[in-house]
Write a protein that binds this ligand. Structure first.
Ligand code: IPM
Ligand code: MG
Length: 367
């Protein structure tokens, strides 16, 4: 491996600011390790609507196809909120990207350093050691993509909307495999979340996960939880979880709940891994911070770049197989933050630094 080909999609709001910092860090890591960084930037989201008339232009898709991985910023903002839902930047870029590249496995770490417990809305005595868990969400199936999906006017004049929730056993097995691998690298505990007391898809989900883990990973401690209870347990005692495994819509909701209890969206990264492999025979993937475009602080140089940097670290880990480099970046971010260099979102009213200064402090630790 000598050249890392990365499609860079900064998007809207704080996306370009935090992306610039993440690219600096990637550049430093590449230079230090004899790697060439080949980045190709493309428009996505609101800015792509403004420039090209659609949130995910063909040219951007081509840029992504030519790369080994996608580093994504964030999309959306007040300017495009009045567009019809189907054309909104988030939905019209992320969902087609997921489908196009079969990005079926969404990995969202829920990590809160012990030094930052006061950033969490949970009482600090509930999480004295911070939070350390991972949510694995199935990303290309379920009610998001099931067909039919339509709104019709009925003969009696009433209007009816329909979404279809559908899962195949094979889709459940492949995401379970990701859950198992994640759990193996951590606490070896997997909690599968469903609504098997009501939904057919959940009955199949629970049976498939149970059989698959039994046959392929008997060393993993598997438990099951209904989604309503899981939402409650996350707020009550998040550290009872090691790895959460769930379907698309439940994962959308639970991962946001997990994000908020982890204090700041500015610290949370994510990976969406695809079925296809890149030039290194590693999963092609899209890497993006969990937070949004933060329009209130966009353009002010105040945004926390850590989530974007940690997403770049996940990219090095999963799509380039460089756990060593990912570990170094994650450690540098942790050390910088715990030593007290912080952006406003995690400074608790104390002294805070801007986006660039935060990046410089992390760069310094990387040497
Ligand atoms: C997410 C987002 C997306 C989703 C939206 C923007 C379509 O909420 O990535 O969690 O629902 O998956
Ligand atoms: Mg969401």
């Amino acid at each position: 491996m000598d050249t890392l080909k990365i499609a860079v999609l900064p998007g809207d709001g704080i996306g370009p600011e935090v992306m610039a910092v993440a690219l600096k860090i990637l550049g430093r890591m590449a230079a230090k390790n004899g790697l060439a960084l080949e980045t190709a930037e493309a428009d996505v989201g609101g800015i792509a609507i403004d420039r090209h008339g659609k949130a995910l232009p063909e040219a951007s898709l081509e840029t992504c196809s030519a790369a080994d991985a996608i580093l994504f910023g964030s999309v959306g903002g007040p300017k495009w909120e009045s567009l019809p839902p189907k054309e909104q930047p988030e939905r019209a870029s992320l969902l087609p990207l997921r489908k196009h590249f079969s990005l079926f496995a969404n990995i969202r770490p829920g990590l809160l350093y012990p030094q930052l417990v006061d950033a969490s809305p949970l009482k600090s005595e509930r999480i004295p050691e911070g939070i350390d868990m991972v949510c694995i969400r199935e990303l290309t199936g379920g009610i998001y993509f099931g067909q039919p999906k339509e709104t019709t006017t009925l003969p009696d004049g009433d209007v009816q909307a329909l979404d279809t929730m559908v899962y195949r056993k094979s889709e459940i097995e492949r995401i379970t495999e990701v859950g198992i691998r994640t759990a193996r690298a951590r606490g070896k505990r997997l909690c599968s979340v469903d609504k098997a007391n009501v939904l057919e898809t959940s009955v199949l989900w629970r049976k498939t996960v149970t059989d698959y883990v039994k046959a392929n990973a008997p060393e993993i401690e598997l438990t099951h939880m209904y989604v309503d209870n899981a939402a409650m347990q996350l707020a009550r005692d998040p550290n009872q979880f090691d790895v959460l495994l769930t379907e698309n819509m439940f994962g959308d909701i639970l991962s946001d709940e997990m994000a908020v209890i982890c204090g700041s969206l500015g610290m949370l990264s994510s990976a969406s891994l695809g079925l296809t492999h890149n030039r290194f025979d590693l999963p092609y993937g899209l890497y993006e911070p969990a937070g949004g475009t933060a329009p209130d602080i966009a353009g002010k140089g105040l945004a926390n770049p850590c989530a974007q940097i940690l997403s770049a670290a996940m990219m090095l880990r999963f799509s380039f197989g460089r756990n060593d480099l990912a570990d170094q970046i994650e450690k540098a971010v942790r050390d910088t933050v715990t030593a007290g260099t912080r952006t406003g979102d995690i400074a608790f009213g104390g002294k805070s630094v801007g986006t660039e200064e935060m990046g410089e402090a992390i760069l310094q630790r990387l040497g």
